[in-house]
Design a protein around this ligand. Structure first.
Ligand SMILES: [Zn+2]
Length: 395
């Protein structure tokens, strides 16, 4: 994994926040670390004698974030929040907003409390492919411990307040001075330091270790296969009807996609779940799997299974459109569905990273994502549902 820091570029940045912008952009430039809005970063700084956490605001991508993209939140308030027994995520969001010293700044990341309790100035968080590939596995915890002996390792917990609270409790007797970082099982990695460069360097070093481990233990040879024919027009018509708008298709015929779509036991092999939880908002938990030419029947089955999954866990949530967001087509490749070119490409990027990880993870014993229940909780997180409810009212 390439370290993109250069002193020449760095010298343009002086203040804490400027350096924070710089190394956030560096993290964002590597798509094997974060994709499309993934990951978050922060810096603790003083403003008028008050300790402030500048944390990535929602709606910003690390690769292009600027100073205005960081939400300034009172650090002490966030630390007090970590001590609460319970707090709903919507209450967390409103209390975080109330503690902002600039109300026109974007909403702070849902991980703001977690950033606050890590006792270092710079905190970097990514969903590095190599780390989650090792973690999302039958032997995940064991291998993660082997690769990252000096990291605090947290079993999967839903992001948001509960994750911050869990780490707050686990870290009470923890010697942060001896820590290289935190691994969130099935989710990602944190590094930190009082120096911007060192925190970034630690991220690159840690992810390089994970890459080396995969290189040594999970090398995948992709054969050159020829894609079979497939009627994309019919697929587009059916998915557009199901979604209620004309979808844009993004067709992926690269070597890896064809190989992925040519595995035996195709349905079992490609429906193992997401690489990191937030991807579920874009891709849903599983793709449509097409093994024969009866597209409508396969889509009907998919919707039936999706509704059954919804019913198993739903309390008062609003059901999302049950149609798939991408398809794996036997011996053809992968097709993603977006409301526009951009959305279809975003889904395709995420799927590309996921399939590489799944193929490698099989070499390590088998890819295992978060449970179906945890997937539901992420997909129907109240913060996401609130956005849906809002758009239903404004329509
Ligand atoms: Zn994350």
């Amino acid at each position: 994994m390439k370290n993109l820091w250069t002193d020449e570029e760095a010298q343009k940045y002086k203040s804490d926040l400027e350096l924070r912008v710089f190394t956030s952009n560096l993290l964002g430039r590597s798509d094997e670390l974060v994709l499309h809005g993934g990951g978050n970063t922060s810096v603790k700084s003083k403003v008028d004698a008050e300790n402030i956490l500048y944390v990535k605001g929602s709606g910003w991508d690390l690769v292009s974030i600027e100073k205005e993209g960081f939400a300034p939140v009172k650090l002490d308030t966030l630390i007090e929040m970590a001590k609460l027994e319970s707090l709903s995520d919507s209450d967390m969001v409103s209390q975080q907003k109330a503690a902002m010293i600039d109300k026109s700044a974007p909403n702070p990341s849902v991980e703001a409390i977690l950033h606050a309790i890590i006792p270092f100035k710079f905190v970097d968080h990514t969903h590095a492919d190599a780390v989650v590939t090792i973690s999302n596995n039958k032997n995940g915890i064991e291998n993660i411990k082997k690769v990252f002996p000096n990291f605090l390792i947290i079993p999967y917990v839903m992001p948001g307040f509960i994750l911050a609270r869990t780490i707050y409790e686990m870290a009470k007797d923890y010697d942060w001075s001896k820590s290289d970082g935190i691994i969130l099982h099935n989710h990602g990695i944190f590094t930190f330091d009082d120096d911007a460069k060192k925190s970034y360097d630690k991220m690159i070093a840690a992810v390089s270790l994970a890459e080396k481990f995969l290189e040594d233990n999970a090398k995948v040879e992709i054969p050159n296969l020829q894609a079979k024919g497939f009627d994309l027009d019919e697929l587009k018509t059916i998915i557009s009807k199901e979604k209620g708008y004309e979808v844009v298709l993004k067709v992926n015929h690269n070597k890896e996609a064809i190989y992925y779509a040519s595995q035996s036991n195709l349905k079992d092999s490609v429906t193992k779940g997401v690489l990191t939880p937030e991807h579920i908002i874009r891709t849903k938990k599983i793709p449509l799997v097409l093994e024969n030419s009866d597209i409508q029947n396969a889509v009907d089955e998919y919707k039936k299974e999706y509704k059954a999954y919804f019913d198993r866990y739903a309390k008062d949530e609003i059901c999302l459109n049950p149609a798939p967001n991408y398809a794996v087509i036997k011996e053809f490749g992968i097709v993603c569905f977006g409301k526009d070119e951009k959305e279809a490409s975003i889904i395709n990027d995420i799927v590309c990273h996921t399939i590489s990880a799944v193929l490698k993870a099989e070499k390590l014993g088998g890819f295992v994502s978060i449970s179906e229940k945890d997937s539901f909780e992420m997909e129907y997180w109240e913060l996401e549902q609130a956005k849906l409810a809002k758009s239903a009212i404004t329509k």
